[in-house]
Design a protein around this ligand. Structure first.
Ligand code: 4GY
Length: 250
C-alpha cells in the first residue's frame, strides 16, 4: 500500500553485536524506548555469540599472550570470520575498550547517522592487536574504569544512539532532548504538587509567564553547569553543538 504522503529517507539502523555473553543483552534492550524502536523497525539489533565462529570442539576464543604475562587474549580468527560474515561495504566496525576515544553525545549523534554498525565486545585481557589494526574502524570508551567485558558499554552506546533515531522518541519526549544539545546540564524540573512536604516549586514556574520561565531555566542550567561541570562551559566555546557533526569516513 502506498501512503498518500512522502515517507522520507530510510532512517532505520542495523546493529550487530559480537560478544561471549549474549545473555547479558536480554533485559536492557527489551524495554522502554529501545524495545519500541525495535518493534517499529527503526532498529534491527542482532546479538551474536562469538563462539559461533569457532571450528574446534571446545569453541576456543582465547589463547595465552605471546611474551608471557597474566590472563588470556581473544584470538583473531573468530573475530575476523564473524566480521567478514556480518559486514558489508558500508559497515562501521567499533571496538569497545578503555583505550578508545571517549564516547559522548556528539559521538552518539555521529553513530546514529550510520546504516550498519558492528560492535566488538572484548573480554579477558582484550583482543589481539591485529583486530584493532585491521578490523576496527573506531575504538570507543564509555569511561575511565575497567569492566569485565564490553557488553555493558555496547548496551550504553546502543541505548544512547537508539533514542536519536528519527521517530524513536514521542513528540513530547523529543522536545526534552534539548538537554545535551545546547551543551549544558538540564535545568531543574518540577511537577505537581506545587508544595510537597514543605518544599515549594519556584514561583516563576507557576506564573505562566513563558519568557520569564525560559530566562529562569537558562540561568539555572548555566549556574548548575558552572557549579558541577565547569569543563562543559569551556567545551562549549571550543566546539559548538548541533546536528552539524558529519560522521568521519571509516
Ligand atoms: N570502560 N569503555 C570498556 C571496558 C571491558 C577487558 C578490554 C570501557 O568501553 N569498554 O571497560 N571494557 C574490558 C575488559 C578487555 C575491555
Amino acid at each position: 500500500m502506498t501512503p498518500p504522503f512522502p515517507t522520507g529517507p530510510k532512517c532505520s539502523m542495523k546493529i550487530d553485536v559480537l560478544t561471549l555473553f549474549p545473555e547479558m543483552f536480554a533485559g536492557p534492550l527489551d524495554v522502554s524506548i529501545v524495545a519500541r524502536a525495535r518493534k517499529a523497525g527503526l532498529l534491527d539489533l542482532r546479538v551474536h555469540n562469538l563462539r559461533d565462529w569457532t571450528h574446534d570442539r571446545h569453541k576456543t576464543v582465547d589463547d595465552r599472550p605471546f611474551g608471557g604475562g597474566a590472563g588470556m587474549v581473544m584470538k583473531p580468527e573468530p573475530l575476523f570470520e564473524a566480521v567478514e560474515a556480518l559486514a558489508g561495504e558500508r559497515t562501521h566496525i567499533v571496538l569497545l575498550g578503555p583505550a578508545g576515544r571517549p564516547f559522548s553525545q556528539a559521538v552518539a549523534r555521529e553513530l546514529a547517522q550510520r546504516e550498519h554498525v558492528v560492535f566488538i565486545c572484548g573480554s579477558y585481557e582484550g583482543v589481539d592487536e591485529r583486530v584493532r589494526e585491521a578490523l576496527a574502524d573506531d575504538e570507543l570508551s564509555i569511561g575511565d574504569y575497567v569492566l569485565t567485558n564490553g557488553g555493558l558499554p555496547a548496551m550504553v552506546i546502543i541505548d544512547a544512539v537508539t533514542r536519536l533515531l528519527p521517530g524513536a522518541l514521542g513528540d513530547d519526549q523529543s522536545a526534552a532532548d534539548e538537554s545535551f544539545s545546547h551543551g549544558l546540564l538540564e535545568y531543574p524540573h518540577y511537577t505537581r504538587p506545587a508544595e510537597f512536604r514543605g518544599m515549594k516549586v519556584p514561583d516563576v514556574l507557576l506564573g505562566g509567564h513563558h519568557a520569564e520561565i525560559e530566562k529562569w531555566r537558562a540561568s539555572q542550567a548555566k549556574q548548575r553547569t558552572a557549579e558541577r561541570r565547569p569543563d562543559l562551559l569551556n567545551e562549549q566555546l571550543e566546539q559548538p553543538r548541533g546536528g552539524d557533526d558529519q560522521p568521519p569516513q571509516n
